[in-house]
Design a protein around this ligand. Structure first.
Ligand code: ZN
Length: 145
């Protein structure tokens, strides 16, 4: 187990502009506000999206486009740092007009309307390092027992 303790520094409630890419918006916000470590949620609706599933044996994402408008039923994630830049990791559950859902890792999503809640955490900056076993850049934190 690897644990890092934080306290809450500040919370930001943000209305995202129509037509923005949600992931790029979160990246830009992290950069502009100097967020090194944060947690996030978002709700609203997307006009389209690109989401994916990580193939654990192949070590690659299977990505697909969601071409129609969907509600953001849930979007959770975090912001940490990778190679000196903010790194946004977000997952979504999206619902269509019938309430059918699909979800996955969020690569891109064009916002129809969205409200974001960011919790900036005070403590050590979480940095991502490549993990060759997993095949992804994960938080570099010391193991504790
Ligand atoms: Zn992911």
């Amino acid at each position: 187990m690897a644990v890092v303790e934080y306290t809450l520094r500040r919370q930001l409630m943000i209305r995202v502009h129509h037509g923005s890419d949600l992931v790029k918006f979160l990246f830009d916000t992290a950069k502009n506000k100097g967020l090194g470590t944060a947690s996030l949620t978002a709700i609203g609706a997307l006009q389209n999206a690109r989401i994916g599933y990580y193939d654990q044996s192949g070590h690659e994402y299977k990505e697909w486009n969601v071409e129609s408008p969907h509600e953001i039923v849930s979007c959770t994630g975090n912001i940490s740092m990778k190679d000196g830049e903010p790194f946004v990791h977000a997952h979504v559950v999206l619902a269509d007009r019938d309430g059918s859902t699909k979800g996955g890792h969020l690569f891109k999503g064009t916002v129809f309307a969205a409200e974001v809640h960011l919790w900036e955490l005070a403590g050590p900056t979480l940095e991502r390092e490549y993990d060759s076993v997993i095949g992804l850049s994960l938080w570099e934190v010391a193991d504790v027992s």
